[in-house]
Design a binder for this molecule. Sequence first.
Ligand code: UDP
Ligand code: MG
Length: 139
Amino acid sequence: MATNRTFTMIKPDAVANGSIGGILKMINEAGFRIVAMKYTKLSKEAAGSFYEVHKERPFYGELVEYMSSGPIVAAILEKENAVVDFRTLIGATDPTKAAEGTIRKIYAKSIAANAVHGSDSDENADIEGNFYFSKLERF
Ligand code: UDP
Ligand code: MG
């Protein structure tokens, strides 16, 4: 399993805001290389399945609605220590608690509409990347 890769989504609020470019710029400047990328939209079923791990949590229904509400950008990113370094770059789930200079501090509107996703482990980075991308779509 690749330990130098993580998976991200630019979420519907950030896409709708015109923040794709700004967020990708921060990702590039932090030293991540783009391995795979697509502009797409999740169906409710696909969002429900992507977030299956959260299905017992109280916000699951809203999260599925929100993540299927508009287009997203999905990407696999590569860098040494990718998972941990990307979580540092995006900041805390709740943007009011996110550190200054993090993507969520700058771009997120709320704890739900928080601009970006970042994998929480190497194992999930692998699972999440496989959810969107075939081997032929990785460079
Ligand atoms: N979320 C939410 N309310 C909460 C916690 C999380 O709407 O109280 C949403 C939010 O979009 C978050 C996603 O559910 O990014 C997944 O939650 P997780 O705890 O995995 O946070 P993350 O790993 O994205 O920081
Ligand atoms: Mg998470």
